[in-house]
Write a protein that binds this ligand. Structure first.
Ligand code: DGJ
Length: 727
């Protein structure tokens, strides 16, 4: 709900449990008044602006001498006395970066205006309101249009900004945050998700300090290294209690999130495109849309924050909110065969899967052009006839004979120099004139900022998808950008390439999904290198990491759940010794860690013993029982693998009738102490049966006393799962 008080010129944006308050000051500057727990609509004008102004640039506001650097601001600029990081920087005809925005007008809209061809929260399941707040800098010649849509049920506010040129000449946007706000105290810890290939989204927590704490990506992708998410939390906030502000960008390319603590210990928080790799030229009358940012506030700790993000995603984020989509249990050929397959091997692979309950067999990298290894053929999306002399027909027939669907791998954004496409269009890759392009995994990146490149890849992919009965596509992206430049853009627009590229990628996916609505798309980028709400808008699940080791996955899946719901997190049971770590874990532990997420398999089924086959059959049956819980349940992290020798998480159904718990020991002790695990989210009044422990206990006891878990003993990396069924 959004309310405007004419008397105090204050906007109140409310969700079920939070309020966000903005005020128009007497000189037209926009002050941020409050973001936190829900409050009544009282006058907050006493708040905000009474700091010392020694050595500061002063402005007269409402008869008082006030400095912009002492005000909590909503969408600040640089050059008129606020020395903190600006939310927007536009260079006008005078060549300066001095900007100053003032209130122009506003309206409160019913519903949510949607951007064209960009991922964002949609609103078909709930009626919402949107504040459109227009600020103007008449000297530089631009307007910043701030959009705010509060989502009641998830306590999420969707924010974005549109810049509109009102100048007579071209102006240059150097920086444009999606969202910015100042909080009165910066006495927070910042939590981010860091990593690299194979160890994505490790949880990191550190105190803010005076100055800037920032995370970003300059890789052309949201990246394995730093996820486009940050939380600011109180020092004593834990998983279950305490304040947390969460921010996430609905975008898959370069981003920046900053928290700048000023000398008075207030903090400026910003999220948006990364200004280091971005600028945008606006001709008179043109607009620039920034990606959408999601903000959430909770007092229910980190689990509360995560559940808010999960709810917003499940209810409103494109394909993630499409209840008709069934996440398939799939088996992927990559770790089974890598590049070494042909149609006979693939047909045998399909036959070996028969009877296990697998929904979809996926043929990974190596089926196109003349690709025998990673040196060639990206960009040539036609069948490799030496490996597959009769096309895909034989393999797909084998699938159908065994009641299985067929899925296929693409890496649409890449080009190999050894390809027909490169021979025909050497300038279609991202590059800078007079510099030899840098290779990574023997490949270059197609310039998806060019519509003709997008068209060409679309036609090739569409041909495969319309010729064959394909129900699933794995969309990979295996290198980061270098040589950021486009042969199709003029000199003064070169820094637009990265944003145009991502928008080109989104347009390609959207076109394919429109034409092939029955195809289920899964995101991937060398594992989880592009795990973000931008990709999830189009693809409801993402390959979480190339590291499929169950023990490593405890951390990766735990961290990923900070922002993304369990159904989006793809977890495969793979072979042992594990191909990435060399570690051996039991088939039960591998499955226990994967259950509760979007389950799949990643090994040569032909090599399995009957016992392992039986185990897989049972796992898939179990997954079917848990499917609704995975797709719609509340996820609770109970024990952190980052700070303890254990890891535990729990899913609880919305009606609190069903729950699933996973507990894993990362180390084996001699004489281990029992672990007492307090469960969460249950109905205290209900009695729950736990078949694995042969007990029936009330929710109140399970949440306050807990269950006692004994390490199975004499084995490495044991784990167990519990089912809770309300009586
Ligand atoms: C990286 C992916 O994460 C793997 O699963 C596999 O698809 C390879 N690429 C294929 O090149």
């Amino acid at each position: 709900m959004i309310t405007f008080s004419e008397t105090t010129r204050t906007f109140y944006l409310d969700t079920s449990n939070s309020s966000y308050v903005i005020r128009i000051l007497e000189n037209g500057a926009i002050a941020h008044s409050y973001y936190g727990a829900r409050i009544p609509h009282e006058d907050l004008s006493y708040y905000n602006m009474f700091r010392p102004i020694v050595f500061s640039a002063v402005h007269e506001i409402g008869g008082q001498q006030i400095s912009p650097e002492t005000i909590m601001q909503e969408y600040p600029t640089f050059g008129r006395g606020d020395y903190r990081i600006p939310a927007v920087t536009v260079q006008g005809k005078d060549g300066s970066n001095v900007n100053e925005l003032h209130y122009a007008w506003h309206r409160i809209l019913e519903g949510k205006p949607l951007m064209d061809a960009m991922p964002q929260l949609d609103v078909d399941t709930e009626s919402v309101q949107t504040l459109e707040l227009v600020l103007r800098d008449a000297v530089t010649g631009f307007e910043a249009v701030l959009y705010y849509t509060p989502f009641e049920e998830s306590d999420v506010i969707a924010r974005r900004t549109v810049l509109r040129s009102i100048a007579q000449e071209p102006i240059m946007v150097r920086n444009a945050c999606s969202a910015s706000f100042d909080l009165e105290t910066g006495d927070f810890d910042m939590i981010t998700l860091r990593g690299s290939w194979g160890r994505e989204r490790y949880v990191e927590r550190y105190p803010l300090h005076q100055g800037v704490s920032a995370i970003d990506s300059r890789r052309g992708a949201s990246s394995h290294e730093l996820n486009p998410f940050a939380a600011l939390v109180d020092k004593d906030t834990n998983e279950h209690m305490g304040q947390a502000y969460g921010l996430s960008l609905v975008y898959s390319g370069d981003f920046k999130i900053t928290a700048e603590v000023d000398p008075f210990a207030s903090v400026r928080v910003q999220i948006g495109l990364n200004p280091e790799t971005f600028s945008w030229k606006l001709e008179p009358g043109e607009i620039l849309e920034t990606p959408e940012a999601l903000l959430t506030y909770t007092q229910a700790g980190l689990n509360g924050m995560s559940q808010n993000f999960h709810r917003a995603c499940r209810n409103h984020l494109g394909k993630c909110a499409d209840r008709s989509l069934k996440h398939p249990v799939l088996i992927n050929s990559w770790e089974a065969m890598y590049f070494d397959f042909d149609d006979q091997k693939m047909i045998q692979f399909v036959k070996d899967c028969a009877g296990l309950g697998i929904d979809t067999v996926v043929m990974d990298d190596g089926w196109f052009g003349h690709r025998d290894d990673d040196h060639s053929s990206l960009g040539d999306w036609f069948i490799y006839d030496r490996k597959l002399p009769t096309g895909l027909t034989g393999i797909i027939n084998a699938c159908h004979e065994n009641g299985i669907n067929f899925g296929i791998w693409f890496e649409p954004e890449m080009i190999s120099r050894d390809s027909k496409l490169y021979a025909a269009h050497p300038d279609w890759c991202i590059h800078v004139p007079e510099r030899e392009g840098v290779e990574s995994r023997c490949q270059r990146i197609l310039d998806m900022s060019r519509p003709e490149v997008v068209d060409c890849i679309y036609e090739q992919m569409a041909k495969i998808l319309e010729t064959y009965d394909i129900s699933y596509v794995k969309w990979d992206m295996n290198r980061h950008m270098t040589d950021n430049g486009s042969a199709a853009l003029p000199v003064d627009r070169q820094s637009e390439m990265g944003y145009r590229y991502i928008r080109g990628v989104y347009s390609l996916i959207a076109r394919l999904e429109k034409r092939f609505p029955h195809v289920f798309f899964e995101g991937c980028s060398g594992g989880g290198g592009r795990f973000d709400f931008g990709i999830l808008y189009y693809m409801p699940q993402i390959w979480t990491s190339d590291d499929s080791d169950a023990v490593e996955r405890l951390k990766i899946q735990y961290g990923t759940s900070f922002v993304y719901p369990p159904s989006a997190i793809v977890a495969h049971v793979s072979a042992c010794p594990n191909h990435q770590s060399g570690r051996t874990t039991s088939i039960d532990t591998r499955a226990n860690v994967a259950q509760g997420f979007s389950l799949g398999y990643e090994f040569d089924v032909g090599k399995l013993s009957q016992q392992e086959r039986d185990a897989i059959k049972a796992q898939i049956q179990k997954h079917r029982e848990l499917e609704n819980l995975v797709n719609l349940g509340d996820f609770y992290r109970l024990r952190s693998p980052f700070t303890s020798d254990y890891c535990a998480w729990q899913l609880v159904s919305q009606d609190r009738m069903q729950s699933f718990v996973m507990f894993a020991w990362k180390t084996s002790y001699v004489q281990p102490a029992p672990q007492y695990l307090k469960l969460r989210g249950l109905d205290p009044e209900k009695q729950y049966r736990i078949p694995q422990l042969n007990i029936v206990r009330s929710g109140a006891v399970l949440m306050n006393v807990g269950v006692a878990l004994q390490e199975p003993g004499m084995t490495d990396y044991p784990s167990l799962t519990l089912d809770l069924i309300a009586q």
